[in-house]
Design a protein around this ligand. Structure first.
Ligand code: B16
Ligand code: MG
Length: 207
């Protein structure tokens, strides 16, 4: 019996990947190489610093830890400029309705996202109040596939891991949830999310 539902943000509730892509592409442009949408797939669900490392690998560029920090900050400033303009119209189909449905059934809801910008995004989407707990990139030290983010979510909800279910679009997120001992719903394609208990195209399919 499910008592808690933990949601990833990017790719499940909202498509922030397109804004991450714009900002990373801009950085790559400054560094003098092309960063494609295909490359960008590798950054989904991955932390900011790890994303930068992947990007630098694509461009064949090596730099010092200080330079990396400056680049990550630059990218984030651009990214924040883009997502500042986001509003309720950008919530993915069925997401708000599904959160409300679960709430009506007495299920507790938490966010489990790698993004440090998650609170601002929830605010702009007007759905902060639907969450009983928000675990974001500021609260966790170990990135998915480490289960930390979801274990912390269950803890803040006051629930056992086995009573929680996770909604994720990234392979690493499904693995993190499985390692936490939680049920999993993959959002996306069955070909990629092989390990998920079930896969749907979007939350609208669960209404
Ligand atoms: P930030 P999620 C992830 O969100 C994104 O999928 C990933 O592309 C991004 O690098 C990461 O958040 C960190 O985001 O730079 O805003 O801290 O899928 O875990 O909700
Ligand atoms: Mg995601």
């Amino acid at each position: 019996n499910i008592k808690g539902a933990l949601f990833d943000l990017d790719g499940v509730i909202v498509d922030t990947a397109k804004y991450h892509y714009l900002a990373w592409k801009r950085l790559a442009g400054e560094l003098g190489f092309e960063f494609t949408e295909e490359h960008n797939e590798r950054l989904k669900g991955v932390s900011r610093m790890r994303s930068l490392e992947i990007l630098l690998e694509v461009g064949g560029i090596s730099c010092t830890p200080e330079e990396k920090l400056a680049m990550a900050e630059k990218k984030n400033n651009w990214y924040v400029e883009y997502i500042k303009k986001m509003d309720e119209s950008e919530i993915l189909k069925g997401a708000r309705e599904y959160l409300l449905k679960l709430k009506g059934e007495g299920v507790k809801i938490a966010l489990g996202s790698a993004s440090k910008n998650a609170p601002m995004i929830l605010e702009n989407l007007g759905i902060t109040n639907l969450f009983d707990a928000v675990i974001d990139g500021n609260k966790v030290s170990k990135a998915k596939p480490d289960p930390e983010v979801f274990l912390l979510g269950a803890k803040e909800l006051g629930l056992k891991a086995a009573d929680c279910i996770v909604y994720e679009d990234a392979e690493a997120g499904i693995e993190a949830a499985r390692r936490a001992g939680m049920g999993t719903v993959g959002i996306g394609s069955r070909d990629i999310l092989k390990e998920a208990d079930m896969v749907v195209s979007g939350l609208y399919e669960l209404l």
